[in-house]
Design a protein around this ligand. Structure first.
Ligand code: ADP
Ligand code: ZN
Length: 725
């Protein structure tokens, strides 16, 4: 009789599936989380259906026994199928996907009291610059010494010193506290007729496991039309039938306003999942999700892979957002994986957006997704009028960036006591620092990128690798003093310009540098609601989700910025971004207005925004994609080859290029330097693959790369459906 054996996928991405013997008395079914021996080590893994995974044949006599089971619920079957699909589609090791399902082994340990630390509010007897920085950064935070030190960018020794000095204290936390249960009937809204009909249609799709089916839905409603209120009704229904609901949000900074609204509707907060969680919070949330106790989860894209035992509904809010695309590790698109999870779970998936992606709209056009529309803003609010401001006719004065008529409008708004928003998608003060004498430009030593001046933080920073340097006083090339100039505007520079024009105005800069945690986002919302801010200068971070009734003027500082470069999605992206930022204006009972600064008011994107002809814009873009057989009518994949040594990267990329198979319906371009030719000290080469819709391009790439070898110093990553290129 053959020994009872089990196939295990460990969380180690370097290993393939391994077979083990099941010791007497242990019952191991697929999905079970197990501990498996490997050499002297013990690894966490998941038992898998043996017939679904190939592995090296190992005789019974060579099998080692499993160490045991981990006391957590098994990885459910639909999620195992999703993991396989994700690994296949994105050409990633299954283990790398499992690491997103079980993201921290600390979540697996038994119940535990944990010790965390928080500032006491008293200053230490001896203050140092490091201690001062640490205390400033950790105000209002709690976490382990390591977490706090990392957050404050000081050493753990500094943090422990603060504990000794009494400025930071220990607190016990219970990592197994239960979560409150959202009440579906806590405070239902009074829906408009249009909202009610959409909500009814959504609710009808929700049911117990036996009655529900895969049902992808585009909830397409203009900004401020109440999409959130409407999908809240679907969530309420999922809670009523006893199932779990997941809401994916694009940006962590958005979660705070969302939590407030959720609490108003359901009486308590949902369970949040994002990268800013402390280890103890992560552990508590993971266990509540896996046990089914967490009824509603709101999270970043990574929450998509958590082991919900009974998911009844998935919502992807702001579904057009590019940040749903993961660019490292498993390079997946959370919007697309969400739809696949809905498919395997057999549940509805709601994609909510005022500006859906061309791909999503196309799925509606061909009848694969259904569409629910909301065409009116809630209450008295109207969509704001968008006007172009031709910079060739109404140019800003030298060294300034705001045209006179936009300045006039800002002044009018200030006098009326209404709030304004200036949008420029560029962090920092200036994107480039230049020496006037010798022309030297400050470049990142690790990346093909300029060092961006951040005046608020007194440094230059690379936005790709995080490299920073103090602001230079003289040119490192020619040694000239006072010859350095900041070129071009970032949001901080616009804020300076506003301060010079309106010294009495209260201005806030809103970027990921100033809003880096949900608590900061909450503070920003509070200050806006309290009327403590007159003018916001912000990046794309302010284009999303916020609702400020007294915000009536939006100025787009540079509408041409997003159209530079030859990216496939440049026009679509600009359209979405400006439409979204415009959507922040006039959400209350006062009408809003939007001024868009451009050098080319006739450009199709700008013209469509002004005329409000979104359908026309979508139709033209879709036709252009169809003509060029670009997504969604054709497929793209990128192979990125990187190495610290430039020649090595080039050599491997060349070999991959030479090994390209001749396949009908597929063309390979390159290798050529990737758009970021150097990133974090690695030289990058790229091959771009363009294939017909029907071609199984993953299969081709698997065989193609599988036949080649390269040194461990060279990294080869495949980006299937790359977002930008
Ligand atoms: P969207 O997500 O479509 O931009 P929201 O759901 O944020 O729109 O709604 C815009 C604003 O209008 C929010 O403050 C929301 O609370 C409010 N609102 C929308 N519908 C209703 C309703 N039926 N009753 C009360 N307030 C509503
Ligand atoms: Zn860099």
């Amino acid at each position: 009789m053959p020994l009872p054996r089990v196939r295990v996928v460990t969380l180690n991405a370097a290993l393939g599936p391994l077979d083990y013997r099941v010791p007497d008395g242990l019952k191991v079914s697929p999905g079970a989380v197990v501990i498996a021996p490997l050499g002297p080590r013990q690894l966490v893994g998941v038992a898998w259906e043996a017939e679904r995974l190939k592995t090296e044949d190992v005789g019974d006599n060579r099998l080692r026994p499993l160490v045991g089971l981990v006391d957590v619920p098994p990885v459910p079957e639909p999620l195992r199928r999703l993991a396989e699909w994700t690994a296949d589609y994105y050409l990633s090791p299954l283990a790398a996907v499992l690491r997103m399902i079980i993201p921290s082994s600390s979540a697996l340990a038994g119940p535990k009291q944990l010790v965390e630390y928080r500032p006491t509010g008293t200053a230490p007897a001896r203050m140092t610059p490091q201690r001062d920085q640490a205390l400033n950064r950790i105000a209002g935070r709690q976490g382990t010494v390591r977490e706090l030190a990392a957050h404050a960018e000081v050493s753990e020794a500094v943090m422990r010193g603060l504990v000794h000095a009494g400025a930071v204290e220990a607190v016990e936390v219970d990592a197994d506290l239960p979560f409150a249960r959202p009440d579906p009937d806590f405070a239902p809204p009074q829906l408009s007729a249009e909202q009610a009909s959409a909500a009814t249609s959504l609710k009808a799709a929700i049911g117990p496991a036996a009655a529900s089916k895969f049902d992808p839905i585009l909830l397409d409603g203009i900004t401020g039309s109440g999409k959130t209120e409407v999908y809240f009704e679907a969530i309420a229904e999922a809670i009523r039938v006893g199932r779990q609901a997941l809401v994916l949000l694009p940006e962590i900074a958005l979660t705070e306003p969302f939590l407030t609204r959720f609490t108003a509707r359901f009486g308590c907060e949902p369970v949040a999942w994002h990268s800013d969680l402390r280890a103890s919070q992560r552990r508590r949330a993971w266990r509540a999700i896996a046990s089914g106790e967490a009824k509603v989860v709101v999270g970043a894209r990574s929450s998509l892979f958590l082991p919900y035992p009974d998911l009844g509904l998935i919502v992807v809010d702001e579904a057009h957002e590019p940040s749903f695309k993961q660019e490292e590790g498993v390079q997946y698109h959370a919007r697309d994986v969400a739809v696949m999870r809905g498919h395997f779970e057999e549940v509805p998936v709601i994609l909510a957006s005022a500006t859906p992606a061309i791909e999503t709209r196309h799925m509606v056009d061909i009848g694969r997704y259904r569409e629910l529309r909301l065409t009116e803003r809630h209450g008295q609010a109207e969509l704001p009028a968008i006007r172009a401001l031709d910079l060739t006719r109404d140019p800003p004065p030298r060294g300034r960036w705001l045209a006179p008529s936009l300045v006039d409008e800002l002044g009018t708004n200030l006098e009326a006591g209404e709030q304004s928003l200036l949008f420029l998608n560029r962090r920092g003060f200036a994107p480039l620092t230049l020496c006037r004498t010798c022309g030297h430009r400050f470049q990142c030593p690790n990346c093909t990128a300029w060092m961006v001046e951040h005046r608020l933080m007194h440094r230059l920073a690379c936005h790709h690798c995080g490299h920073v340097m103090p602001p230079p006083r003289l040119c490192p090339e020619c040694g000239d003093e006072d010859s350095l100039v900041a070129c071009g505007p970032g949001v901080e520079r616009i804020a300076d310009e506003v301060a010079a024009l309106f010294p009495e105005a209260r201005t806030a800069v809103v970027t990921s540098d100033t809003i880096w945690s949900p608590a900061r986002a909450a503070e920003f919302v509070r200050a806006m609601d309290a009327g403590e801010i007159d003018i916001v200068v912000g990046t794309q971070l302010v284009t999303k989700g916020y609702h400020f009734p007294n915000l009536t003027l939006v100025g787009v500082v540079d509408a041409d910025l997003g159209l530079q470069g030859g990216d496939l999605r440049a026009a679509e992206r600009s359209f979405q971004q400006i439409q979204q930022v415009a959507g922040r204006a006039g959400r209350g009972d006062k009408p809003g207005r939007v001024l868009v600064q451009t050098h080319d008011p006739e450009a199709p994107v700008i013209a469509a925004l002004i005329s409000g002809d979104a359908p026309g814009f979508y139709a033209a873009e879709t036709e252009a994609r169809r003509d060029a057989a670009m997504p969604p009518f054709g497929r793209l994949a990128a192979i990125i080859v990187s190495a610290e040594d430039k020649a090595e990267a080039e050599a491997v990329a060349r070999r991959i290029g030479q090994g390209a198979p001749r396949v009908e319906g597929m063309a390979v371009f390159g290798p050529a330097p990737a758009p970021l030719a150097m990133l974090r000290g690695r030289h990058r080469q790229r091959l771009l693959i363009h294939a017909a819709r029907k071609l199984d391009v993953q299969d081709v790439i698997r065989d193609w790369l599988g036949a080649l070898e390269w040194s461990a110093k060279v990294r080869v990553a495949v980006d299937v459906d790359p977002y930008s290129f």
